[in-house]
Design a protein around this ligand. Structure first.
Ligand code: ATP
Ligand code: MG
Length: 394
């Protein structure tokens, strides 16, 4: 048993001892069988949220109305969700109501794919009511029940199928794939935040190429923000190599699409990306689109953006340029204005100036000289430099 599940076993047992059923469910069971790294452990139980809260001393009301309580046990947190059914999906997204039930089978039935509908009890036995084990074995993603119906209930599941295809390097079972093709347009009813989460996981998956191909073939991409107008062939062509951070995903797209700052901002705004990430991607893409990049461009971009830009260059099979960029940045004698051996106050004192926009100009002049290799980042050297160049400033 993986350490995360072993640590959580006493939690299952305590719920059992209080007279309720409890199981590990979903991704943690799937990933245990696949021997993949687990990142969270989810539990399902016949106990109601209030009953769970009576069993454990440290709990957080995460989503009581949906049946979820977070239990903190020996410094780990576990989401414990009461068995439930869902009904009334009128808008192709979340159910109108959830109903707590006491049977595991009904709970597993509401789950998206057979490989995600496995449960494990405290004895380590797998409960497989929907051919999940066989589908794991055959490496296929298959909807629980009738695919089309399941996608009508919650259209996000279509994108999740494609995400799992990329993440697990599985194929999508035929009826499930047909269901996606027939219902792709329902994705338009899904909140951008949910689409984004799955799209990022798709892009970070080991078989991004297959995921992107399915996104294209099923036309799901037309209902992802801004992707309808993207040059998909380019994305497919440059889809080898691992991506491990969000900024690289957006910068890759921005670079392939040759987006200027404003276009990239618009694109990422549709995706509701955090401002800090937008800025980082803008800087990286701008750097990538600069012809004859020099060390000053690298300096202005800064370490984070240079790293992202270098990752993008690797993805587009320009690893030599990527290496060059990284070593050029590493060789910069100064990495940021904070490392400068003189500050604005001192510049004012040396040149007997009063505050004003000129100070910034002098500081930049100093930085340029250092980056160009014409001046050392040393207080006395900089003072001498300022004095000998004083006339030129005026
Ligand atoms: P990951 O490794 O990315 O966390 P996961 O399978 O745990 O993958 P989650 O999004 O954490 O995915 O969801 C946990 C479980 O909840 C899933 O395994 C699945 O059983 C169920 N589930 C999640 N989203 C849906 C959905 N939209 N429709 C039906 N079941 C879902
Ligand atoms: Mg999970």
């Amino acid at each position: 048993l993986p350490i995360q599940l072993a640590n959580a076993l006493p939690v299952l047992r305590q719920i059992n001892q209080a007279g309720f059923e409890a199981y590990f469910v979903g991704g943690c069971v799937r990933d245990t069988i696949l021997g993949r790294h687990l990142h969270d452990v989810d539990l399902a139980t016949s106990a109601y949220p209030q009953e769970i809260k009576q069993i454990f001393s440290q709990t957080i009301d995460t989503g009581i109305e949906h049946g979820t309580v977070t239990v903190i046990y020996q410094h780990h947190t576990y989401e414990i969700t009461t068995f439930r059914t869902e009904s009334g999906y009128q808008d192709f997204r979340r159910p109108d109501s959830v109903e707590f039930v006491r049977s595991l089978e009904e709970d597993l039935q509401r789950r998206d794919f057979t490989i995600n509908a496995l449960a494990m009890n405290s004895a380590g036995e797998i409960i497989d009511l929907f051919t999940g084990l066989a589908d794991l074995q055959h490496q296929r993603i298959k909807a629980v029940g009738v695919a089309s119906e399941r996608f009508h209930e919650d259209a996000l599941r279509m994108l999740r199928a494609v995400r799992f295809q990329s993440q697990l390097d599985f194929s999508i079972e035929e009826q499930t794939l047909l269901g996606i093709k027939a219902n792709a347009k329902l994705l338009q009813y899904i909140a951008v935040e949910r689409i984004r989460e799955e799209f990022i996981k798709l892009m970070e998956g080991i078989n991004r190429q297959a995921g992107l191909q399915t996104l294209f073939d099923t036309k799901l991409y037309q209902f992802c923000p801004g992707l309808a107008n993207c040059d998909f062939q380019q994305l497919l062509d440059y889809s080898t190599g691992k991506i491990d951070d969000e900024a690289t995903i957006w910068s890759l797209i921005g670079y392939l699409e040759r987006f200027d700052k404003k276009q990239l901002h618009q694109f990422l705004h549709h995706w509701k990306i955090a401002n800090s990430t937008i800025k980082l991607a803008q800087t990286a893409v701008q750097l990538l689109l600069t012809v004859n990049r020099n060390s000053w461009d690298l300096y202005l971009a800064g370490e984070k953006a240079v790293n992202v830009a270098a990752k993008v260059l690797n993805l587009v099979e320009q690893s030599h340029l990527s290496q060059l960029m990284l070593s050029a940045y590493a060789a910069l004698p100064l990495k940021s204005v904070h490392e400068l051996a003189i500050n604005g106050q001192q510049v004012m004192a040396v040149l007997k100036l009063s505050p004003g926009p000129k100070i910034g100009y002098y500081l930049q002049y100093i930085q340029k000289a250092i980056i160009a290799g014409n001046l050392q980042n040393n207080y006395q050297e900089i003072v001498n430099f300022l004095k000998t160049n004083e006339l030129e400033f005026k």
